[in-house]
Ligand binder design. Structure first.
Ligand SMILES: NC(=O)c1ccc[n+]([C@@H]2O[C@H](COP(=O)([O-])OP(=O)(O)OC[C@H]3O[C@@H](n4cnc5c(N)ncnc54)[C@H](OP(=O)(O)O)[C@@H]3O)[C@@H](O)[C@H]2O)c1
Length: 380
């Protein structure tokens, strides 16, 4: 099978769409490996044939365009470059991609979206145009925006992108009347949840979940390629969670506790002695919990592009109220837990219908007896 056969199977009809679809596929393949850098794919085409392709290397390594240029060699001259993100024009740990593209003599660059990183922000496209390279932006933009959403929010808003994960009964309960929540969903949904952890640079829980479930928050049995283990983040404003158990086992993964000055010094010392990092932020709204905006900005500074928030209902409700929910992944199981069970979102008493937070359904997948519903915040 030739290269073009492979590309021809991708679906879209316009050649530019086909090459961009391949570039997006390459970007998806390195989704877990590049943070805090964006996962980018690049295809170089000449006379309708792919002559080079590449994806972003782990931090410190070459960007997608440089990998693709190396593969294309002299065939990059007068070629068209398809890239899922505007090429960089600044010298970071690697040289500017725009210089390399101009140096290789490419004729045209087609990119999906502009890079909002303040170091780029249109300057990559401008540098290419100034050097006489034709530039077309916006091909495959919607798909690239969806794929790169964690990076885009990180750079635009200076905070981590949040994905709220819940496992609920048919009647929207995340725990039975006695507090038990293991397990509401079946093995396929639980395995998928580990893939979501592997896609994230941090997994976050509130103190209620840490106390009730003593979770380990590690990635288990996810499909390769895998990046570094996600940071485990506990939001505990008052120092209620003891520094014991799997969450505080540093051999499993690093742990960060985000707290406030209301936590007794002994609790903070206990966490630090167990090997966790402890960060003190302001109290949250109405003096409750930790300031979630501050916590997400802190994570962003740590290079966390995507934070998977695994509950519980109080933290999920507070994030919704603060307008800090970007995506929701809800696994729904075919069982009913009744009015005594815990509702998945602790919004109390809850908004009027007209003010209720609304989301946009992006995907529905059957997983064994369960279904997985995926939503994006409106406007994302
Ligand atoms: N099925 C599921 O998907 C699922 C997932 C998770 C949990 N659960 C279940 O949910 C139950 C626990 O629920 P929960 O609501 O107590 O858990 P939670 O949301 O994990 O923890 C709530 C606590 O987080 C702390 N917190 C820190 N910052 C906060 C902020 N800005 N806003 C609000 N709270 C903040 C607060 O305690 P401090 O003020 O002391 O910090 C608060 O009481 C358990 O039964 C567990 O099994 C189910």
């Amino acid at each position: 099978m030739g290269r073009n056969d492979r590309i021809g199977r991708l679906g879209p009809s316009e050649p530019a769409d086909l090459f961009m679809a391949r570039a997006l596929e390459l970007a998806r393949g390195v989704r877990r490996l590049t943070a805090p850098n964006p996962w980018v794919g690049c295809v170089i085409a000449h006379d309708g044939e792919i002559v080079g392709e590449g994806a972003t290397s782990p931090p410190g390594g070459p960007h997608a365009e440089i990998v693709a240029l190396a593969a294309a060699g002299a065939r990059a001259r007068d070629a068209t470059v398809f890239t899922t993100l505007e090429p960089c024009s600044h010298r970071g740990r690697t040289g500017p991609c725009t210089d390399a593209l101009v140096g290789a003599g490419v004729a045209r660059v087609v990119s999906a979206i502009e890079d909002p990183d303040p170091n780029v922000a249109g300057r990559g496209h401008a540098a290419l145009r100034t050097a006489g390279v034709q530039v077309e932006a916006g091909v495959g933009a919607a798909e690239a925006e969806h794929l790169l959403a964690p990076y885009l929010v990180h750079r635009r808003e200076g905070r981590s992108f949040t994905v709220l994960k819940t496992a609920t009964s048919l009647d929207g309960r995340v725990a039975a009347a006695d507090g038990a929540s293991r397990w509401i969903t079946g093995p396929a949904a639980r395995a998928d949840a580990h893939e979501r952890r592997a896609d994230s640079q941090a997994v976050v829980v509130g103190s209620g979940t840490a106390l009730a479930d003593a979770p380990s928050l590690t990635v288990r049995n996810a499909q390769p390629p895998l990046g570094p283990p996600p940071l485990r983040v506990l939001l505990d404003a008052r120092g209620r969670v003891p520094a014991t158990g799997r969450l505080f086992d540093p051999t499993l993964a690093p742990t960060l506790v985000v707290t406030t000055d209301r936590a007794p010094a002994a609790a903070r010392r206990g966490w630090a002695d167990a090997g966790a990092r402890v960060e003190v932020v302001d109290a949250g709204r109405h003096g409750l919990g930790v300031d979630l905006g501050e916590a997400l900005a802190l994570l962003a500074r740590d290079g966390v592009l995507q934070a998977l928030v695994e509950g519980g209902p109080t933290v999920h409700g507070a994030l919704l109220e603060a307008g800090l929910v970007d995506r929701v992944v809800s696994y729904v199981a075919p069982l009913v837990l009744g009015a005594g069970g815990r509702a998945g979102y602790g919004l109390d008493p809850g908004p009027a219908l007209a003010q209720a937070p609304r989301l946009r359904l992006t995907r529905v997948t059957a997983m064994g007896d369960d279904i997985c519903l995926e939503y994006d915040a409106i406007g994302r």
